[in-house]
Design a protein around this ligand. Sequence first.
Ligand code: ADP
Length: 513
Amino acid sequence: MHNLSKLAGFILENHLEEYAERYAAEAKAAKVPLLRFFEHLSEKEFANMIRESVRKFLTELKEGRALEAAAESRKNWEEDKLPGFSKKQIKPSDLVLIYTAQKFALYDFIPRFTRDVDLAMQITKELAQFHGEIQNEALKILFKIQKEIEAELEEKNIQLEQAQLLAHIGSWEYIPDTKKISWSKEMFRIYGLEPREGTIEPQEILQYINPEEQESISRSWQEALSKKHSLRQEYSITNGRGEKRIIETHSFPIYENDHLVKVYGTSQDITDIREAEIERQISLQKDEFMSIASHELKTPLTSVKAYIDLMDEILRNGSISQADFGKYIHKAKDNILKLHSLIADLLDISKIHSGKLKLNIEKLNLGEIISNCVETVNHISSKHVIKISGPSDIIIEADKHRMEQVVMNFLTNAIKYSPNQNHISIHVTDTNSKVTVSVKDQGIGIHPSNHHKIFQRFFRINEHVNKFTGLGIGLYISKEIIERHNGKVWVESEEEKGSEFFFQIPKKHTQKS
Ligand code: ADP
């Protein structure tokens, strides 16, 4: 390296500025990516930095210490003591480009150093050998570092995958420009599919989502994107194995200059969580139900006992008119009927639960059933005026007792939940193969958020609990009965304005397979 040291000495003494400039220009032309870490420096600071590093390099070269100095800086890479950036940010290509830039800057100075062609050739050879040596060494170490980093990343990926597996959380990325989605392995598991490489079309995912929810999912997704909001969605899917699962998804859109470049997100299978919540809620409601049920059973039983005691006492004293006696018997009977209907409801619940709610299907006149129910209800409450409209002669195939039960449930609820109003109307609609019956009151009404819940077992609206007695099972039983008749129940209601409860069944009964 004798001649190369002399060349370095020559540049140091005569052309330091020029060489530094030359070196920086070469590095820039070669687009050394590492230079971006010095972007924060002003032009002057950058020029000073280059000049200093060039001076150091040339001094080391001049003194024949360049290889040791290179070893020193390699140690810095290994220990991650690099100024302004970390070893993870350096790539082999960066190093090759730096050395190339140095080499070209030095080549540029050879003709200025000597006109002796042999000497110039000699220096060129030394230079090539010198750069070859440090480049090879440096690259070896760099590849080693890169391997370590890859192993670290691999480890992190495995950890991430395991975490995703445990929490059932998958991650995904959507690129709007290509309209393609990439999924983590856990996403495939959530959708009951074999993990595979590559991207997925949104259409493929949509086919697993419950058809009834697809439109609202797309709508809220479009809305969030147009407002640049992140988004939380919960929806059900039937996965690749045919299982129903509930999924919660969080989406985060990324914009660059107002252009949507990416949406990334997470999806979690929350089926177990939702089921556990429902179980917990049912168990709480069950406890509450038990205490209300015992109270509801005890009240009529206490009355029955009181009337029997009274009659017993009067009989022993021998002073009672037949009319009074009849009155007490009537009251005791009323309470026994109440008890009977409560116990029947409780039995129905357990029958529904064990799938033993049997229907006794016969041909019957729906109009007659309705007017019988109205008559019975008129006995209980003479305050309410009940009007019936629509065709009165409709023959259907249904279970008579069960149909009465549903109409009675709708009617008694209409009376119970409209204490300050007295108009109730029943309307019958005959539409070819189906018949619809509605019971409308002008009572306290139901908030839309509760429209679905009131058909659940043991559910009672919080605000109603203290004002009205009840067990929260009547509508549940009605819904089950109607569904067993292949029909449906629903409610239209607004708070303070009243409610209208509907059931619709096919006129001809078909046994469900
Ligand atoms: P219960 O009336 O015994 O509590 P139901 O199953 O018949 O049980 O009704 C469930 C809940 O639905 C009631 O607790 C009440 O909050 C609400 N509800 C039912 N019918 C009406 C109605 N006509 N108007 C207002 N709320 C009603």
